[in-house]
Design a protein around this ligand. Structure first.
Ligand code: GLC
Ligand code: CA
Length: 566
């Protein structure tokens, strides 16, 4: 293993962090316009503190026409009007800091909104000083090389009449790609980052950062790779140079946390970005388990036959190996880009309570910084919309329209979206059993999941057996045990399709994590030489007593033991 082999046990606050992701549009609405906002988050600071998390990753709140829900920024130094003002942002930051919680902002690097002043200038004439802030293809060079857009529109190049040229957009047509080859673009972006860091922001999540450098010769793409965005669209020749420069100019000058959205990065490449000698970023999160159980030819369709626990274990084990000595990983089970954790990896009907707790046990005992997505701590489920009209995400809507126009199978698409649509995790947070789950007194921008009568924070608060209380307990456990942060990880029970069992070890502390990923009872045989000591946490109320070196596990039971070796 290359890299600095001592780094894995070196103390860093961002390794010890427990991150909570807030999708602000759906967290809490303070002024009844149906859209969650900064003052809404401010009103829930105590809730966040009581959860025990100590870092917030806040999805984009910068000015945006919201074609892609804030990932199309029209002014990086201002707050989106629906979200509030700069003053609200400062108040939020202060309120978090007072409670010992840090905030990492979402940095959209690859593209701006087409309504950003730079683009407005850029498209106005070929000689405008901002022309080279974006990628342009003059029409006299002929039709631009074929490229697709991630959001399934007509293609990644759009013709602009005023300047008789095409501009590039790998995401939506309202998200033109910035030209990072241009040093002026880089300087503007670094200045903007400093602007937020100087306000006290504690770090960044780097959105789609592998796309910032592309091969500008735009070589032809073999037919079967037409949709392989990552290999052909991202990770261009300048990528490492730009990240190194960003780190030298900005990140290295502050005590901050950086995590990259590593689309298309393999575990073999992970240390090229995160290795300490590379001076790039600290950590990244991968998509391998997000693609688990998906149709290999089209990731937007689930495929139950591809959903093997052994594969899931291989993915996490492989990524752990990548960061065994050096670099650092992120552990998450969902984000705003995927369906709900419980609907995807657990059982959200008969074992919602148990399987949510099991997934929390996994998140908080696995090696790497854990990321909890808002609402998972109360066991929120996929909404599974039946009608296209209920969806708000351009990803789903554009794909649907494309299928409708080309005679595709709309019914199977809608069925697939019930598992894969991003909107499944974007429905409003369920605070209480009142109208609209207490999220808003107005008309919510996206429907509230009708299960909110049963599933909401207020009800969870009054039930001592709730997922919420368990989540608080396991978060506290993680924070109290250095072995859960710095301990090594070893998988046992490699071949089991129902048991995910591993050990963590740091100095003299040894922990055994036993997870029964199934609707059935199961037997776990304690490995020879292991002496189980204290039961640290258990998602069932009865203490587990091994009989003849075996433990009978209940459906979705999760237990963490301290152990010794004979
Ligand atoms: C990232 C974001 C996603 C967004 C895309 C384009 O993948 O997480 O929500 O649509 O980048 O910025
Ligand atoms: Ca609002």
């Amino acid at each position: 293993m290359p890299g600095n082999k001592y780094f894995s046990t070196q103390k860093k606050w961002w390794k010890e962090a427990v991150v909570y992701q807030i999708y602000p549009r759906s967290f809490k609405d303070s002024n009844d316009d149906g859209i969650g906002d900064l003052r809404g988050i401010i009103s829930r600071l105590d809730y966040l503190q009581n959860l025990g998390i100590n870092v917030i990753w806040l999805n984009p709140v910068f000015s945006s026409p919201n074609d892609d829900m804030g990932y199309d920024v029209s002014d990086y130094r201002n707050i989106m009007k629906e979200m509030g003002t700069i003053n609200d942002f400062e108040e939020l930051l202060e309120g978090l800091h007072q409670r010992g919680i840090k905030l990492i902002a979402d940095l959209v690097l690859n593209h701006t909104s087409d309504e950003h002043e730079w683009f407005v200038q850029s498209k106005s004439s070929r000689t405008n000083p901002y022309r080279n802030f974006y990628h342009w293809w003059p029409a006299e060079k002929g039709t631009p090389p074929k490229r697709f857009s991630v959001f399934h529109e007509e293609g990644a190049w759009i013709y602009n009449e005023t300047t008789d040229s095409y501009f590039l957009h790998y995401f939506s047509r309202k998200q033109p790609d910035l030209n990072w080859e241009n040093p002026l673009v880089r300087k503007e972006m670094y200045d903007m980052m400093k602007f937020w860091l100087d306000k006290g922001v504690d770090g960044f999540r780097l959105d789609a950062f592998t796309f910032i450098s592309k091969d500008l010769s735009f070589p032809p793409i073999p037919e079967k790779y037409q949709n392989d965005y990552f290999s052909y669209y991202a990770s261009g020749p300048g990528l490492h140079d730009y990240i190194k420069e960003m780190t030298a100019e900005v990140f290295s000058r502050y005590d901050i946390m950086t995590v990259g959205e590593a689309s298309g990065i393999t575990h073999e490449q992970a240390l090229l970005f995160t290795g300490t000698d590379r001076k790039e970023i600290q950590s990244l999160y991968h998509f391998d388990h997000a693609n688990w159980g998906r149709n290999k030819n089209n990731l937007y369709y689930p495929d139950a036959t591809n959903r093997k626990l052994t594969d899931l274990k291989k993915i996490f084990t492989k990524w752990n190996t990548a960061f065994e000595n050096d670099g650092w990983g992120a552990v998450y089970l969902t984000t705003h880009d995927q369906g709900r954790m419980i609907s995807r990896f657990g059982n959200d009907t008969s074992y919602r309570n148990e399987s949510s707790k099991l997934l929390f046990t996994f998140l908080l005992s696995m090696r790497g910084t854990p990321y909890i997505y808002q609402g998972d701590e109360i066991g929120m489920c996929n909404i599974r919309f039946e009608k296209i009209g209920d969806y708000r995400d351009l990803h789903t809507i554009n794909y649907y329209n494309h299928l409708a126009a080309t005679g595709g199978d709309l019914k199977s698409f809608i069925d697939a979206q019930k598992e894969t649509a991003r909107d499944n995790s974007r429905t409003p947070f369920q605070w209480n059993p009142d109208t609209n789950a207490g999220f808003t007194g107005g008309n919510p921008w996206i429907k509230v999941n009708p299960d909110y009568n049963r599933i909401n924070a207020e009800t969870a608060e009054t039930d001592p057996d709730s997922i919420l209380h368990f989540a608080r307990k396991i978060i506290a456990l993680r924070k109290s045990l250095p072995v859960l942060v710095y301990g090594d990880y070893k998988l046992i029970e490699e071949d089991s399709e129902t048991l995910f069992v591993f050990t963590r070890q740091f100095e003299n502390e040894k922990v055994l994590v036993i997870l029964n990923f199934s609707d059935h009872r199961n037997t776990f045989t304690i490995p020879a030489g292991f002496i189980l000591m204290k039961e640290l946490i258990n998602n069932y109320p009865v203490k587990t007593v091994p009989v003849n070196n075996q433990i009978i596990l209940q459906p979705w039971q999760a237990i963490v033991f301290k152990y010794n070796i004979q």
